[in-house]
Design a protein around this ligand. Sequence first.
Ligand SMILES: [Zn+2]
Ligand SMILES: [Zn+2]
Length: 266
Amino acid sequence: MINYHIHTNVSIDASGTMEDYCKVAAEQGFKYICFTNHMEIDDIAVGILDYVQSNETLEKTHNDVLRLRDEYDLDIGFGVELGYTEKYEDEIRDFSKKWPFDFVLGTVHKVFGHEVSDYGPAQKTFSKYGLETVYKEYFRVLKNAINSGIFDSIGHFDVVRKYSAPVDFSVYGKDAIECVKSIAKQGIALEANTNGFIWVGDNFPSENIFKSAFDMGIRKLTIGSDCHEPKFFDLGLDRGFRVLKLVGFKQVCVFKDRKARFVDIP
Ligand SMILES: [Zn+2]
Ligand SMILES: [Zn+2]
């Protein structure tokens, strides 16, 4: 089994040490895991501890990964969930190269400068701009994130659905499909984020996006539960794999030194 999206107590909104997660992963028979704590480089994130990692934290995480690889029969990745903003694209790219990451997961959390993955700011943003405009802007920024060439995989592809009132696919489908095309063109991976099952009863992204991706020839996928506590470590992963298999995928990717390797879906 595989979980390539894990947050540890480095984030103030998450609990559990890397070791706690390794114990759970080993107990549950997982083979591949990757730690992907947040890093946001922008005006809003400065000073918000859960989204910014200091050099000391990154160094410690890296050293812990090296140590835990010796202690556990697990293939452990040193990763990061790196937030994308257009304004700081150069700084974000520099950061991605500065550390010896195995895996850089790219995500977009902000639309018009406000979080869409946090309940309060999301509600304010939706009521200020309207659902359609927020979706349009989200996918516009996401497309730039994909085309930036910074990331190995695109995380929670349609997370804008998380706190949104239901929006018909016809409203944003064209923009979303354009993003899938960009992923195909860039040759990067698309994440199945099983945290979506809690919020929208489906992966982020929805099954039809995976179907489009499959039809376009995309075979690079990553999968993760986006867990913030060890007790939720494997949340939704069985369902996530089931959806991928139904669509026709047979493998997902794991990463070492930013290079993808395919492993069979269990
Ligand atoms: Zn995220
Ligand atoms: Zn995450």
